[in-house]
Design a binder for this molecule. Structure first.
Ligand SMILES: CC(C)(COP(=O)(O)OP(=O)(O)OC[C@H]1O[C@@H](n2cnc3c(N)ncnc32)[C@H](O)[C@@H]1OP(=O)(O)O)[C@@H](O)C(=O)NCCC(=O)NCCS
Length: 185
């Protein structure tokens, strides 16, 4: 599997991937890759992230332009973006979003955000499992992330899936020192 390029892997195997998951609350979600027609869904999701959560999750401004940029490139670039879709007040919504972005030949950077209404129901762990299983097939062997030291819920997931603290990172935007974590697949 080691020589399969991410873009080849995604097109051939994962593009029509739909996995049903049940959360601890009983809510159901469908886990799939972010697709070219998910622009509105991702934009709506970014807008829904409250300030408290933006303190922890802010890979870029959470605006329409970035939603468009990510969705337009979703089937072209080597990054893996997975969403969990669920019904909320009669409409399809992104309940959770997770990604692995290739930042060098053998290294992914990881990010995750769960919609408020779906937090602490096991979705973060489930999406992490799906992302890591997908990453394993790309041949990219390392995944890194940074996390606020106070984000206990996130750190619990990362440790459970084998990430180890490797150092510290100064988050200049917030002037706060975070953990750097790394997983070797
Ligand atoms: C952090 C986040 C990704 C976790 O996802 P989640 O779906 O809410 O979390 P889960 O329900 O999967 O729970 C993860 C673990 O934390 C535990 N947990 C749940 N709620 C908790 C709480 N309020 N306090 C402490 N631990 C908690 C769970 O028991 C679980 O551990 P377990 O697998 O051993 O049972 C999600 O809450 C989120 O998106 N927060 C805002 C943005 C953010 O912090 N992103 C991460 C940036 S690094």
């Amino acid at each position: 599997m080691a020589d399969i390029k991410p873009e080849v892997m995604r097109k051939e195997k994962y593009l029509n991937w739909n996995i049903q998951e049940k959360l601890t609350s009983g809510k159901k979600v469908t886990v799939c890759l972010l697709k070219a027609d998910d622009r509105e869904l991702l934009s709506d999701f970014f807008e829904s992230v409250p300030e408290d959560d933006q303190y922890y999750f802010y890979p870029h401004p959470l605006d329409k332009e970035n939603a468009k940029r990510l969705v337009d490139r979703s089937t072209l670039d080597k990054n893996i973006r997975i969403v969990a879709i669920s019904r909320l007040k009669g409409k399809d919504k992104i309940a959770g979003y997770i990604y692995a972005e290739l930042i060098s030949q053998d290294l992914y950077s990881y990010g995750i955000c769960i919609r408020r209404e779906f937090q602490s129901e096991g979705l973060g762990g489930k999406l992490t499992r799906h992302l890591l299983n997908t990453c394993k097939e790309t041949g990219v062997r390392k995944i890194q992330l940074t996390v606020h030291k106070t984000n206990k819920r996130a750190i619990k997931i990362y440790r459970k899936y084998g990430f180890k603290i490797t150092g510290e990172f100064l988050n200049k935007r917030q002037n706060v020192v975070q953990h750097k974590m790394l997983l070797k697949l």
